[in-house]
Design a protein around this ligand. Sequence first.
Ligand SMILES: *[C@@H]1O[C@H](CO)[C@@H](O)[C@H](O)[C@H]1NC(C)=O
Ligand SMILES: *[C@@H]1O[C@H](CO)[C@@H](O)[C@H](O)[C@H]1NC(C)=O
Ligand SMILES: *[C@@H]1O[C@H](CO)[C@@H](O)[C@H](O)[C@H]1NC(C)=O
Ligand SMILES: *[C@@H]1O[C@H](CO)[C@@H](O)[C@H](O)[C@H]1NC(C)=O
Ligand SMILES: *[C@@H]1O[C@H](CO)[C@@H](O)[C@H](O)[C@H]1NC(C)=O
Ligand SMILES: *[C@@H]1O[C@H](CO)[C@@H](O)[C@H](O)[C@H]1NC(C)=O
Ligand SMILES: *[C@@H]1O[C@H](CO)[C@@H](O)[C@H](O)[C@H]1NC(C)=O
Ligand SMILES: *[C@@H]1O[C@H](CO)[C@@H](O)[C@H](O)[C@H]1NC(C)=O
Ligand SMILES: *[C@@H]1O[C@H](CO)[C@@H](O)[C@H](O)[C@H]1NC(C)=O
Ligand SMILES: *[C@@H]1O[C@H](CO)[C@@H](O)[C@H](O)[C@H]1NC(C)=O
Ligand SMILES: *[C@@H]1O[C@H](CO)[C@@H](O)[C@H](O)[C@H]1NC(C)=O
Ligand SMILES: *[C@@H]1O[C@H](CO)[C@@H](O)[C@H](O)[C@H]1NC(C)=O
Length: 636
Amino acid sequence: MREYPSILLVLIYFVRSEPDVVTDQPKTSNHSDYVPSLPGMLYQHNFNIFSGYLNADKNATLKMFYILTEAKIRPETAPLLVWFNGGPGCSSLTGMFVELGPVYANFFGDTLFENPYSWNFKANVLFLESPIGVGFSYDTNNSSTIYADDDVVAEQNYQSLTDFFSRVHPQYHRRTFFLAGESYAGVYVPTLAAKITQSINERIFPNVNFQGMAIGNGFMNAELSMNKLILWAAYHGRTSADEWDQIKEACRTEGAKDVDSEFSKFMTSKNGIEYIPNNSTCGKLLQPLTNVKPNGELAWTFDFYNYYRTCYHNFSSENATNPIQKALEALQTKNIAALMNTFSDDGKFAYACWAEDSVSTYLNDKETQDALHVSVEARRGNETYEWTTCSDVIFEKYKVKYKNTKELFNYVLQNTRRKDFRILIFSGDIDTACNFMADDYFMREIAKSNNMEKTNAHQPWFTSETQQEAGFYRTYEAINRRKTKISLHVLTVKGSGHFVPLDRPQASLQMISNFMFPLSGKVNFSRNHDIYANPSLSPIFDYETASANLPTTEMEGDDTSGDPQPESETDNSANEEENVEAVTKPIEEYDQPEKTNETKEEEAESTDKPEIQEETNMSEESESITEEKNKEEDIA
Ligand SMILES: *[C@@H]1O[C@H](CO)[C@@H](O)[C@H](O)[C@H]1NC(C)=O
Ligand SMILES: *[C@@H]1O[C@H](CO)[C@@H](O)[C@H](O)[C@H]1NC(C)=O
Ligand SMILES: *[C@@H]1O[C@H](CO)[C@@H](O)[C@H](O)[C@H]1NC(C)=O
Ligand SMILES: *[C@@H]1O[C@H](CO)[C@@H](O)[C@H](O)[C@H]1NC(C)=O
Ligand SMILES: *[C@@H]1O[C@H](CO)[C@@H](O)[C@H](O)[C@H]1NC(C)=O
Ligand SMILES: *[C@@H]1O[C@H](CO)[C@@H](O)[C@H](O)[C@H]1NC(C)=O
Ligand SMILES: *[C@@H]1O[C@H](CO)[C@@H](O)[C@H](O)[C@H]1NC(C)=O
Ligand SMILES: *[C@@H]1O[C@H](CO)[C@@H](O)[C@H](O)[C@H]1NC(C)=O
Ligand SMILES: *[C@@H]1O[C@H](CO)[C@@H](O)[C@H](O)[C@H]1NC(C)=O
Ligand SMILES: *[C@@H]1O[C@H](CO)[C@@H](O)[C@H](O)[C@H]1NC(C)=O
Ligand SMILES: *[C@@H]1O[C@H](CO)[C@@H](O)[C@H](O)[C@H]1NC(C)=O
Ligand SMILES: *[C@@H]1O[C@H](CO)[C@@H](O)[C@H](O)[C@H]1NC(C)=O
């Protein structure tokens, strides 16, 4: 479903002022896409940022904008996670600056503060503005018109990643990588995954180490999503017993058991994305349970991305006061992060309702665009390139080709030869744009059609030092026809809306890290000892006076003992004991891919490397354990 960022909200963090685990500065780089600093950074970051363009077609006519935020810990061996926002037509830079990225934009869009739960903790995260026409991505050919459908997007993403691994960042060409995204990326990710899987098997794609994919509140089966939205709404106080009885009567479809009717049959859709109840008795009863008015316009009477979240002020209105500034004045501290309410989810103060404006202001600033290497050619004579969160042009002309992504999932699951290929389907459970129930039912179907066995029954997973229920999960596993172990993890994030990394930052980091880094071959979503329960902020700059390392005020009783130890390569003695002060512990190595027992035929094939591998400097890479292992693990 469309991501309308006008109601995107940002969490403000409260954190202690201790030094972070990793304090070393990253090695700088003379890569032409290297970003030494971002304008308005309020803190000293300890990871590398690159941004620029990838070729999204073979003729290098289409330029896809990317930002790569490297891992805070061991970037040279950490896996790569490729992130897509949905739309179709919305920018993944919203994902970076509002959700899982290391920096969030401030109210006035002139400074950036830290997200201590950013996903580039143990992973290198690549944000792609896809397709061409979104954000800073552009077409050098002035005479072509911007258009996209599911296949066009997949092709552009495929070409861009090929360019990333082979030309722009060849040091990643053997790196374990995952594809991830949310919302309409529920189509982008499986279409791209299918293309990559096929290309790897044909020994064309430059990086064979495709390890899995993660989709948040995915738009993967449009009709199922509408069917389940009605159930979700009915059981979240949006109807009464009388109306529900009438619905069950008027909307019954053949073979329906109780409430399993195919409500979508009573709806129409022009674009395959937005559905409007028709004017039958049933349709009229369903209309109040959807997110649209009878004429099909979005109702906007509540935040359909997070049913329980309310914005009490219109921060877009003229002369709106900056809530952060007001609060800072009251608190007499300069640390923005100190405003975070860490004691519960509730409270008007914990959320801001101005993220879209801030990010737009920030990214439409000349200094920002220069720092991010936004193309002068693309600006076409303007001082700045006009950046918007979502492209209306792309959305309006978009053609949906996969209203049901089942065949794509089946293709990937049956054709991957990557040992321990993993899929994570995670859903905030109070999103009504792409509700968790549809993903739940859909994944049951996917598991069944791939003969996957339920290896973990539906059960809660836990987070925080008080071991709170973070949601539920279950696991399906199988050996596919290529004799490869495949697994499917279906998980909910309790109390989260559509934008999980925004609504549940800490739980989301725990979730994605455990998914990417299984321990002894097992994904345990409840493990949190290396995710900071109470993270410390990096040293902050006093931006105005440019005097670094401004002391911050401790806002909370801090009873942890001693300073965290710096992360050390040699200190690898994993302490398995759970401990809320685990911030001091070394980060455990994740499972390295095991050496497989290849068949003769496959061994022969494995010597037939994709061409691109010859271009890199092997001696450099072999110094890294992970890279070494990855080589052994090259798909046969
Ligand atoms: C970086 O620049 C130095 C000095 O100009 C050069 O010797 C080196 O090869 C460059 N490294 C890369 C990776 O381009
Ligand atoms: C790419 O360039 C080749 C050679 O100039 C041309 O034949 C082909 O039509 C171009 N493809 C596209 C998609 O423009
Ligand atoms: C596109 O338009 C710009 C500005 O009008 C011009 O400088 C550039 O040469 C054009 N590019 C092509 C491929 O026509
Ligand atoms: C530029 O766009 C026009 C119109 O779509 C197309 O005919 C032409 O092949 C394109 N040229 C290149 C170099 O892509
Ligand atoms: C609404 O949809 C139902 C089920 O497809 C159909 O039978 C009915 O004719 C439709 N009504 C209108 C007014 O379009
Ligand atoms: C139902 O009727 C209303 C009022 O006439 C109209 O605005 C709306 O477009 C109709 N809905 C559909 C799906 O035809
Ligand atoms: C908020 O204010 C802006 C600017 O004045 C206005 O365009 C917008 O409609 C307002 N939004 C709401 C929900 O009132
Ligand atoms: C906003 O502030 C300006 C300058 O103080 C003032 O002229 C204008 O009337 C204010 N607008 C509103 C809606 O209060
Ligand atoms: C240049 O500025 C104009 C006027 O603000 C705008 O309509 C146009 O989209 C801009 N072009 C680009 C490439 O940003
Ligand atoms: C998963 O991790 C949690 C927290 O560390 C631990 O209590 C639990 O025993 C682990 N479960 C398994 C199956 O290892
Ligand atoms: C590897 O394959 C060979 C030949 O099929 C077999 O004898 C051996 O037991 C296998 N080793 C493992 C670890 O599976
Ligand atoms: C490869 O890297 C090694 C170690 O950094 C260096 O000595 C060697 O010159 C490099 N070889 C090439 C071909 O770049």
